[in-house]
Design a protein. Structure first.
Length: 154
């Protein structure tokens, strides 16, 4: 599978963990220490980071981690983390584009389920892309209410 996709306007490609921080920090950890946007496992060989670009400017990112959720029975799971689009670029479909690409990428590697801990405000975004909530809502300190969500990759 190609590691880059060109849409009519945007380029989506694999990026480094370090590149993802320039979007992850201001969107997901505003006003907090930079280190809070660095996740355990960011630099593992099994972790993939994707970016969507316009004119060489990174506008949105998502990261996929080899991680199994204890309440999902599928043995071939990946966790979506760090899904973020710069505030001024939100609402243009960029998140959907980069996430669809990331899902196709891991599906081609034999992964059959993707899951995430979605912020309450993002559940509609994920539901519209075929994700389903499972379990009860839970709190993540200093971030807020989250829902576990998953999607079979078929």
């Amino acid at each position: 599978m190609l590691n880059t996709i060109n849409t009519p306007k945007y380029i989506i490609k694999l990026i480094s963990a370090q590149e993802s921080y320039q979007v992850r920090h201001p969107v997901l950890r505003p006003g907090r220490a930079f280190e809070t946007c660095i996740f355990d496992g960011d630099t593992l060989e099994t972790t993939f980071h994707f970016g969507i670009f316009l004119n060489n400017q990174l506008l949105g990112i998502c990261s996929l981690f080899k991680n199994e959720h204890k309440n999902l029975s599928d043995a071939h799971q990946y966790q979506l983390r760090g899904m973020a689009v710069l505030a001024e670029q939100q609402g243009k479909g960029l998140g959907k584009l980069v996430l669809n690409y990331a899902e196709s990428f891991i599906k081609a590697k034999g992964i059959t389920t993707i899951w995430c801990n979605a912020r309450e405000v993002a559940t509609k975004f994920y539901t519209n892309l075929g994700y389903e909530i499972f379990g009860e809502p839970f709190e993540i300190e200093k971030i807020g209410t989250h829902y576990a969500m998953y999607k079979p990759l078929q």
